[in-house]
Design a protein around this ligand. Structure first.
Ligand SMILES: NC(=O)C1=CN([C@@H]2O[C@H](COP(=O)(O)OP(=O)(O)OC[C@H]3O[C@@H](n4cnc5c(N)ncnc54)[C@H](OP(=O)(O)O)[C@@H]3O)[C@@H](O)[C@H]2O)C=CC1
Ligand SMILES: CC[C@](O)(C(C)=O)C(=O)O
Ligand SMILES: [Mg+2]
Ligand SMILES: [Mg+2]
Length: 349
């Protein structure tokens, strides 16, 4: 643990996986996070059982990976530690039908995102610890980092500590999935949920794809080739972000030309200007006051009409077709697929 930061950060030396030696961990769901947690836990020596529906499309993958698989209800009944890794929107129903009836006093109920607890979609009973270990990464990279002896940063929070050991147990779990290798920050459910929803909407997923599409469309509409626009606005973004990831914005500025640096410093704020900042503040407020979550819950109850339509439009955007064609021609594409060096991210439609 270091005391130089405003928050506590835990590393491998602060955690002990053997804390979980008498536990069986039920991992509910075998999707993006579920497969990574289950495999990393198992390889760290933790006893794991995966909980999936009888007709689950993920069953064969979990079984082929050598894991014990049963129904969510049975997995919870067999375990002392329940890791809820089904999609946020189905968690309340899975909780009501499979988890709550099978929880026992002293068990741990754990999430990788605090949405359902923070917005009162799930009300856990007294007597169980309620914690969160939230990797700050897509699940496929949680797995890949673990396999490469690297780590994934994560957040840890305790909502309810009935055993007095909730923190230590969550830290052991975080170590077992590889998070303490990179650093685990102690937080609250509220801070995790609000910062995570804001980050994915405004910057990481929503903001960046909108920026890329606007840049691509501006070039193509002005008569530039779609292939050049793709390389300029999407492909090279990864290379630029890699530098930011390694050494912050300054490493990127130091690596690009002075021309790019001067152009970026003088023009960047004209693109992402004060109006964007005001929009970000509005988006944050919708997260904080629960408006976004209410909208998302209602969207699901209505059968996801807007989500389906928006997803289809995204899929049909020209940049997708241009990118697919170009990526197929990358010299390393076939090799990477064949030796599994790229994370497999299954399409979910
Ligand atoms: N995706 C990510 O990288 C991140 C996710 N999180 C959080 O992790 C949690 C899991 O998210 P994520 O990994 O994206 O989830 P996924 O969408 O990848 O989960 C899919 C898995 O859940 C199973 N599942 C779906 N519906 C049900 C159901 N009704 N009953 C039982 N199993 C079901 C699926 O099996 P089936 O074949 O039966 O449908 C599949 O195994 C969420 O709380 C999310 O916010 C946190 C950080 C990052
Ligand atoms: C950025 C999206 C994310 O919050 C994540 C991978 O961390 C998610 O909900 O998937
Ligand atoms: Mg998220
Ligand atoms: Mg996130």
């Amino acid at each position: 643990m270091t005391d130089e930061f405003t928050t506590e950060i835990y590393y491998d030396d602060d955690a002990d996986v053997s804390t979980l030696e008498d536990d069986t961990v039920a991992v509910l769901g075998y999707g993006s996070q579920g497969h990574a947690h289950a495999l990393n836990l198992a390889e760290s020596g933790v006893d794991v059982v995966v909980g999936l529906r009888e007709d689950s499309s993920s069953r064969s993958a979990a079984e082929a990976d050598g894991l014990a698989v049963t129904t969510p209800a049975e997995a919870v009944a067999q375990s002392t530690y329940v890791s809820v890794l089904v999609p946020d929107t189905v968690q309340p129903a899975v909780y009501e039908n499979a988890i709550e009836p099978n929880l026992e006093a002293g068990d741990t109920l754990q999430f990788a995102h605090g949405l359902n607890i923070h917005y009162n979609q799930i009300t856990p009973p007294e007597g169980v610890d309620v914690t969160m270990v939230a990797p700050k990464s897509p699940g496929h990279l949680v797995r890949r980092n673990y396999e490469n002896d690297e780590g994934t940063p994560g957040l840890l929070a305790v909502y309810q500590d009935e055993t007095g050991d909730a923190d230590e147990r969550a830290l052991a779990y975080a170590k077992a999935i590889g998070c303490t290798r990179a650093g685990v920050i102690e937080t609250t459910f509220q801070e995790e949920v609000e910062s995570d929803l804001f980050g994915e909407q405004a910057v990481l997923c929503g903001g960046v794809t909108a920026l890329v599409k606007h840049g691509y469309e501006t070039l193509v509409d002005a008569g530039y080739s779609p292939e050049i626009a793709y390389f300029e606005c999407l492909n090279e973004l990864k290379l630029i972000v890699d530098l930011m990831y390694e050494g912050g914005n300054m490493e990127m500025w130091n690596s690009v030309s002075d021309t790019a640096e001067y152009g970026g410093l003088t023009r960047g704020e004209r693109i992402v200007d004060d109006s964007v900042r005001e929009n970000m503040e509005e988006v944050l407020e919708e997260v904080q006051n629960g408006e976004f979550t209410r909208e998302w819950v209602l969207e699901n109850q209505a059968g996801r009409p807007s989500y389906t339509q928006l997803r289809q439009a995204e899929k049909e955007h020209e940049i997708e077709e241009v990118g697919e064609r170009l990526r197929d021609l990358f010299a390393w594409a076939e090799e990477a697929d064949a030796d599994g060096t790229e994370p497999e991210v299954p399409a979910d439609d």
